[in-house]
Design a protein. Structure first.
Length: 354
């Protein structure tokens, strides 16, 4: 059986039967009874709540709302040009065992007018890892952008995904090349989903450098409901202090597909969390239907602290986010209305253009 919502009458169609009408009422009338839709939904979702939890605990709503009133500095657009401009910037996309979004990332970059280079990391032997690190460091020197794609590196290794990627980037040759890209050539780095997890574990977000972390450093952990989430979510642009975000403005609502089991942003250090907000490093947040940051699992799929979906380095050149912006393309998600394009790659292209 197929249930369809139509705007026109059926006109005695022999293949379809009218079963009701949609209205603005919050109640359903059936068999002479009036039943609350909210009550029916709650009954449906609560049956297995103890087995498959579907709700998240409340968090400081005042803190969430305060993030909507960031400083003028945080809301200012990123306008500092790079030291080195090019006719056509190249995006370097490393592929680790378990990565699965490299082709989506490549297509998105090409659509935006960028060159791409997919680089497969070989790790069957110690010699292959060393050779891959050396060659990858060379490729960084030829590129303007590193994009760490999503996937399940190392089989989504326990106690925090992205450790394999982070370990590779801590290789001396690779880390030196990353620092040269960021500090000498004003290059850009983007990490999506598994890539965001790696950036967090490296310290590139929120600190802007590859550093040793402490037990007070931010991290990404298991979704609060304890299982994988795959859906379309609404995100609110909280800061545009980045060359990745020059085509949006604070308050914009962007819809994006997500697919992860470990996307819950945690920051044990409350002082650091407040500093990130004040500096404009909280780039995007999960938002409800009214555009407000929220802890409601219907909109915040992992229970991220302060509804954080995306995070920036202090200078905005490194951007990590959970939502798969690269999975947005022509003729996709036509059945879920909304604004899907953050123009991340177009902004990066413009940043480097001569």
């Amino acid at each position: 059986m197929i249930i369809a919502e139509l705007s026109e009458e059926l006109d005695n169609n022999k293949y379809a039967v009218k079963i009701g009408e949609t209205t603005e009422s919050e109640y359903i009338l059936f068999g002479g009874e009036r039943v609350s839709i909210a009550e029916l939904l709650n009954l449906n979702e609560s049956v297995l709540e103890d087995v498959y939890p579907n709700r998240t605990p409340e968090e400081d709503k005042n803190a969430l709302n305060n993030l909507k009133d960031l400083s003028a500095d945080a809301q200012a657009s990123f306008i500092t040009p790079p030291k080195v401009r090019v006719k056509k910037a190249e995006v370097l996309i490393p592929v680790f065992p378990g990565s699965n979004c490299e082709y989506d990332s490549e297509r998105a970059a090409i659509r935006a007018g960028l060159d791409t280079k997919i680089f497969v990391i070989r790790n069957q032997t110690a010699e292959q890892v060393s050779e891959s690190a050396e060659k990858f460091a060379e490729e960084i020197g030829k590129s303007q952008i590193i994009w760490i794609p999503g996937g399940f590196s190392g089989g989504d290794e326990p106690d925090g995904s992205g450790k394999l990627i982070a370990a590779f980037f801590r290789n001396a040759m690779v880390s030196d090349a990353v620092r040269e890209l960021l500090n000498q050539r004003d290059g850009l780095i983007l990490g999506v989903c598994n890539g965001f997890q790696a950036l967090i574990k490296l310290g590139l977000v929120p600190y802007g450098d590859i550093i040793d972390l402490t037990d007070k450093s931010p991290t990404l952990s298991y979704n609060v409901i304890g299982r994988h989430q795959s859906k379309i979510v609404r995100t609110r642009v909280a800061s545009v202090k980045s060359p990745w975000l020059t085509r949006v403005k604070t308050g914009d609502i962007i819809q994006v597909p997500i697919s992860h089991g470990e996307g819950r942003f945690l920051c044990p250090d409350r002082v650091l969390l407040e500093k990130l907000a004040k500096n404009g490093q909280i780039a995007t947040q999960y938002a409800d239907l009214d555009g407000n940051p929220t802890m409601d699992v219907d909109f915040n799929p992992n229970g991220s602290t302060w509804a954080v979906e995306g995070l920036l380095s202090p200078d905005g050149r490194v951007f990590g986010k959970m939502g798969h912006s690269e999975r947005v393309g022509p003729d996709l998600y036509r059945n879920v209305p909304g604004n899907y394009n953050m123009y991340l790659l177009e902004s990066a292209r413009d940043y480097f253009s001569l």
